[in-house]
Ligand binder design. Structure first.
Ligand code: OSB
Ligand code: MG
Length: 367
């Protein structure tokens, strides 16, 4: 496959409602859409670096730089026979996983289309439906939160995740558990706590949480092992896991008992699959995290979540949970039974809504 042309688009999409976490409030989501053309086929990928360096050090600006100046020049104009071969060409770039994952995603789509198979099939998926949950930002009050949760449960979502931060934690957890004693319920701290808060985490053990996501330092593995030793609720790492190596260290140290896999954070579907396979061999369940993706990234996440060890519902919600209108057709919907269909058409399996894509593009570069 000759890589003939690559296009980058900085997109900005308005969220239907602000998303508040311990890192701040987001009103818009900025990402980069990568388009790769070769031999009359087109592959699409989404780079999930955000406008701000609060979840990750990467931003749209750093990812654009790495894509434009390093990753793309290493593959443009070359004849490449597989995604693995392309990855080798830019392997010496350290870090910048979101930039890499955006390009890799477009290549996976392109190669899956050239083989006329779905992305799910190409990466080893075994399911045509995946269980989905919803991630809810910090709300102004417990009744407000309960109302939101009721709405999502009515739509079918199988699992509720709420964001927590110091001062916005145990009261919300208590209220939710009282109202919904049996739902699958988990919390995400986005690194807002320290080991000194250990008593608070011990209290959380009383609420039958599915897991506590990334309670401590964003780059920590060691302190999490100390916390996990003291509490019964499984810790799930998100921010701290960037590779198979991090995964091995975290499992070996018993720093977590569940892993959240986001292809952007770990550098692409290839590394995601390595982490998935390793966790499976260690009996560690995984689930697919989200970065408020557009339909392009969402299609990739749904395909990834169709692998067998994705046994917990993912943060893969319907398009309309995030945006008034998505940039793909058909948009992603949640079935009444809390599942989402994994696209079966070649590649990412959805069409690009070019009119919408143009509307949300704030900058474009063709290489
Ligand atoms: O920590 O999982 C996170 C969104 C942006 C950055 C980090 C996170 C999130 C979410 C939203 O929780 C998940 C989604 O896409 O629905
Ligand atoms: Mg998280």
């Amino acid at each position: 496959m000759k890589i003939e042309k690559i296009e980058l688009r900085h997109i900005k999409m308005e969220l239907i409602s602000p998303f508040t976490t311990s890192m701040g409030t987001e009103y818009n989501e900025e990402h980069i859409i990568v388009r790769v053309d070769g031999e009359s086929l087109t592959g699409w990928g989404e780079c999930v670096a955000e406008g701000t360096p609060f979840y990750s050090y990467e931003t749209v600006t750093t990812a654009w730089h790495i894509l434009q100046d390093y990753l793309i020049p290493s593959i443009l104009g070359k004849n490449i026979s597989s995604v693995d071969e392309a990855i080798l060409l830019y392997e010496k770039v350290r870090g910048h996983n979101m930039a890499k994952a955006g390009l890799e995603a477009a290549l996976w789509d392109l190669f899956a289309k050239s083989k006329n198979i779905s992305l799910s099939k190409m990466i080893g998926g075994t399911r045509n439906k995946v269980d989905v949950g919803v991630s809810i930002g910090i709300q102004s009050s417990a009744p407000e939160l309960i109302k939101k949760i009721e709405g999502y449960l009515d739509e079918g979502y199988k699992r509720i995740k709420i964001k927590i931060a110091p001062g916005n934690d145990i009261e919300f957890i208590k209220a939710v558990r009282k109202k919904f004693p049996d739902i699958l319920f988990q919390v995400d701290a986005n690194s807002a706590y320290e080991l000194k808060h250990i008593d608070l985490f011990k209290q959380m053990d009383d609420y039958n949480l599915l897991l506590i996501e990334q309670p401590l330092g964003y780059d920590d593995i060691y302190d999490h092992s100390k916390l996990q030793r003291e509490i019964k609720t499984p810790i799930c790492l998100d921010e701290s896991i960037h590779s198979l190596n991090d995964t091995r260290a975290a499992i070996d140290l018993d720093s977590c008992r569940v892993i959240n896999i986001k292809p952007g954070r770990v550098g692409g579907f290839r590394e995601s699959k390595l982490i998935h396979d390793y966790c499976e061999s260690k009996n560690i369940p995984v689930w697919c995290g989200g970065m408020l993706e557009s339909g392009i990234g969402r299609a990739g996440n749904a395909a990834l979540a169709s692998l067998p060890n994705f046994t917990l519902p993912g943060d893969i919600s319907a398009s309309k949970r995030y945006y008034k209108e998505d940039i793909v057709e058909p948009e992603f919907v949640v079935n009444k039974d809390g599942t989402m269909n994994v696209p079966t058409k070649p590649g990412i399996g959805v069409e690009i809504n070019m009119k919408m894509l143009e509307k949300v593009t704030v900058k474009k570069l063709v290489l």
